[in-house]
Write a protein that binds this ligand. Structure first.
Ligand SMILES: [Zn+2]
Length: 118
């Protein structure tokens, strides 16, 4: 059983090529909906197409395996506002981010706790 103070070998030790790092565990998620309310006017809007987004997440820190969350999401078009918008994914990450909220929170905590410069 592992715990604080117990020595665990670093699985990334000696690895110089990114492709040799422990593989991320892939998690499938769906934010694919036939209709979503327009964020500007509230009108219910049909799905226009779907997309896929990959978010890097904190996974098993002991085994050194991160998680990659593959999210299939719907994109919608509001015929009233003539705007496109995606199904809300703010529960996972900020718009356009490649990392989840959990990764960002952990990174910020590490910088603050170790007194590293931003
Ligand atoms: Zn609208």
């Amino acid at each position: 059983m592992s715990g604080p103070g117990q020595y665990l070998s670093d699985v990334t030790q000696g690895v110089t090529r990114p492709e040799d790092l422990p593989k991320a565990k892939v998690i499938q998620r769906s934010h694919n909906f036939p209709h979503r309310p327009c964020p500007f006017c509230g009108k219910s809007c049909f799905r226009n197409r779907t997309g896929e987004r990959i978010l890097h997440d904190v996974g098993d820190l002991v085994a050194g395996r991160p998680r990659d969350i593959h999210i299939v999401y719907s994109q919608h078009r509001c015929t009233h506002c003539r705007k496109y918008f995606n199904a809300d994914m703010s529960d996972y990450a900020l718009p356009k981010a490649h990392y989840t909220h959990r990764v960002v929170a952990l990174a910020v905590r590490l910088v603050v706790e170790d007194g590293l410069p931003y």
